[in-house]
Ligand binder design. Structure first.
Ligand SMILES: *Cc1c(COP(=O)(O)O)cnc(C)c1O
Length: 373
C-alpha cells in the first residue's frame, strides 16, 4: 500500500521532541509521572482554547465517557440513549456503569444520531442523551440541546472525534453538559499513547470527574476516598508531548478540512453513480475520518487497494447487532439507516501530511471507479 489508510509516520516530525521530553520527565528531581505539572498545564490549555470552565485529563476517551456518566449518577435502572451506529464505547460506557444503552437510528446521509429518533425513545427512565459526532460531521447539537432541556435529561456530547470542530459558533465538546476528547493515536489530536479529556462548564460535575479519575480522592488529602473511583489518570510524558504539539494542531486541522472539502467538491457529481459524499458545508465539520456511502462498498475497497490506496470500513455492524450489546436491544426495534451505513460506509485517507498530488490521486481513483463501473 503506497498510501496506507493508517499511516505509520504520524509522529516522525516530533520524534526529537518526544525523546527530549522522555529524558526531561524521566530525570526530573520530583520523579512525577502522572497527574503532575504537565498534565495541569495541558488541561488549562485545552480548557482555555474552548472557553470551558473545566477540563479533566484521564486515561482514555472511553473512560472519559464512563467518568461523566458516573458523575451524573447514572446507574442501574437508568437509560442512556446512544446512536445505533458507531464505536463500541458508546454502548459499553452506559452498560459498564450499570445502565441500559438504548439505540437510536441515525441520519441516513451523515450517519450521526437523528434527534427525532432519539426523542421517540425517551421514557421516564431516560437519564442522559449521548449523541456522538461521526467521521467528518458533528451531530445536530442545537436540536439535542433543545430535546434534552425539554425532557429534563442530561446531555453528554461524545466529541471524541471532533476536537477543533465548531458548530454555530460553539466548539465541539461545549454543547453538552460535558464533552469528551480522545487522544488515541489515530484521532485528530492523537498521541503515541492512551489518553482522554472531559470538558465541561459545570464545575461541580468537573470536580466529581476529577475525584473519580483518581480513586475518589479530592487531590488534597491522599488516601481519603470520597467516592468509589477509578484509576484513569494522565501520563506526564504524554501531557508534555501534547503541549508541544498543541500550537501546530490548528494547521493540521486546517489541512484536514482542505482535503475534506476538496474530496466533497470532486465527489459531488458521483451521487448518481452510487458513491455519496458527505453534505458540503463548512459549519459543524470535524474531518477526523472522511467516509463515503457506496452501493458497492467492498468493490471500491478492492479497486482502491489495487491502486495502492488504503481504505477502511469502520463499523461493519450496528451496535445492537454486536453479540455484546444485542441483549440491550429493545425487542422489535429496527435501525434501517444504521444497517445501511454498516453496509455502505467506506473511509478514505485524510491525514494532514498527504500531499496535494496524493489527495488528487485518491479522488481520481474514486471518480474512476464510480464512473467506469
Ligand atoms: C475513539 C472514540 C471513543 C473512545 O476513545 P478512546 O480514547 O479510544 O477510548 C469514544 N467515542 C468515539 C465516538 C470515538 O471515536
Amino acid at each position: 500500500m503506497t498510501l496506507p489508510f493508517f499511516p505509520v509516520d504520524l509522529f516522525d516530525g516530533d520524534r526529537e521532541a518526544l525523546l527530549d521530553i522522555v529524558e526531561r520527565v524521566g530525570t526530573a528531581p520530583e520523579q512525577k509521572f502522572i497527574l503532575g505539572e504537565c498534565t495541569a498545564a495541558f488541561e488549562a490549555a485545552i480548557r482555555d482554547s474552548i472557553g470551558a470552565a473545566d477540563a479533566i485529563a484521564c486515561g482514555s476517551g472511553t473512560s472519559a465517557l464512563m467518568l461523566v456518566l458516573r458523575a451524573m449518577d447514572v446507574g442501574a435502572g437508568d437509560e442512556v440513549i446512544v446512536p445505533a451506529f458507531g464505536c463500541a464505547p458508546l454502548a459499553a460506557a452506559p452498560a459498564l456503569v450499570g445502565a441500559t444503552p438504548v439505540f437510536a437510528d441515525v441520519d441516513p446521509w451523515t450517519m450521526v444520531a437523528d434527534p427525532e429518533a432519539v426523542t421517540r425513545l425517551i421514557t421516564p427512565r431516560t437519564k442522559v442523551l449521548m449523541p456522538a459526532h461521526m467521521f467528518s460531521v458533528m451531530a445536530d447539537m442545537p436540536a439535542f440541546r433543545r430535546v434534552a432541556d425539554g425532557a429534563g435529561v442530561r446531555l453528554l456530547e461524545d466529541s471524541a472525534v471532533a476536537q477543533g470542530g465548531v458548530l454555530a459558533g460553539t466548539p465541539a465538546g461545549r454543547w453538552g453538559d460535558a464533552g469528551v476528547y480522545s487522544f488515541v493515536q489515530v484521532k485528530t489530536f492523537g498521541m503515541p499513547g492512551e489518553g482522554g479529556m472531559v470538558v465541561t462548564d459545570d464545575r461541580e460535575l468537573g470536580s466529581t470527574v476529577r475525584m473519580l479519575r483518581n480513586h475518589g480522592q479530592d487531590g488534597t488529602t491522599r488516601f481519603r476516598h470520597h467516592r468509589i473511583g477509578y484509576n484513569s489518570r494522565f501520563d506526564e510524558i504524554m501531557a508534555a508531548f501534547q503541549l508541544h504539539r498543541f500550537p501546530t494542531l490548528p494547521g493540521r486541522l486546517e489541512r484536514r478540512a482542505w482535503i475534506g472539502e476538496y474530496y466533497t467538491g470532486r465527489f459531488r457529481e458521483l451521487a448518481g453513480c452510487g458513491v455519496l459524499a458527505p453534505p458540503s458545508a463548512s459549519d459543524g465539520r470535524c474531518y477526523y475520518v472522511y467516509s463515503l456511502l457506496c452501493e458497492r462498498r467492498d468493490e471500491l475497497h478492492e479497486f482502491l487497494a489495487a491502486r495502492g490506496i488504503g481504505s477502511h470500513v469502520y463499523y461493519r455492524n450496528p451496535l445492537p447487532r454486536q453479540p455484546a450489546f444485542a441483549p440491550y436491544a429493545r425487542p422489535g426495534q429496527t435501525w434501517p439507516a444504521a444497517e445501511l451505513a454498516a453496509r455502505r460506509s467506506l473511509a478514505i485517507p485524510i491525514y494532514p501530511h498527504l500531499t496535494d498530488q496524493q489527495v488528487e490521486r485518491i479522488a481520481d481513483a474514486v471518480c474512476e471507479f464510480a464512473k467506469e463501473s
